[in-house]
Design a protein around this ligand. Structure first.
Ligand code: MG
Length: 161
């Protein structure tokens, strides 16, 4: 594959890690999401699919943008009233879900369905991030949707094969 610009794969993996998200955490969502369809799906195959997704420029940009907004909100550096909207993860604030459409747009309708499930049920790391913020911890407004979208995309990749 020819890259005309730098690949930000290592950067985004590090950014996720700095926020407490390891690739196996995302891969576990993939394995459990596909268990009814591919009961013998290995964690290694799921990690491989997550890595493929994280090599896409659109995905890298979504990760960088979303995580930066969380961090700036965590530092209370956003202008008001946006600070209140993102910092408080307002129920009617939906740009976090809109941002990940740039990921789901690549992987088609299967990934939208997977994302809808992960967003509603919030299993594993998605729920952990959501709970952290809602229990008075750090701002995770964007990262929970980003992680759910990466898992949803990785599942769709596997389903398409
Ligand atoms: Mg969110």
């Amino acid at each position: 594959m020819l890259f005309t610009e730098r690949d930000y794969y290592e950067d985004v993996v590090q950014m996720l890690q700095d926020r407490g998200v390891q690739l196996p955490d995302i891969a576990e969502l993939v394995v459990s999401g596909q268990k009814d369809y591919i009961p013998d799906l290995s964690l290694a195959t799921a990690i491989d699919s997550v890595q493929h997704v994280l090599h896409k420029t659109e995905v890298q940009d979504a990760v960088m943008t979303g995580l930066a907004l969380d961090d700036v909100a965590e530092a209370k550096q956003l202008p008001e009233p946006l600070q209140e909207r993102i910092g408080g993860d307002h129920a009617t604030y939906g740009i976090d879900e809109q941002l990940v459409m740039s990921i789901l747009g690549i992987y088609g309708t299967i990934s939208w369905t997977n994302f809808g499930y992960l967003d509603r049920v919030k299993p594993g790391i998605v729920g952990k991030l959501n709970d952290e913020q809602h229990n008075g911890g750090r701002v995770n407004t964007f990262i929970d949707d980003i992680v759910a979208a990466i898992a949803a995309a990785a599942e769709a990749r596997i389903a398409h094969d």
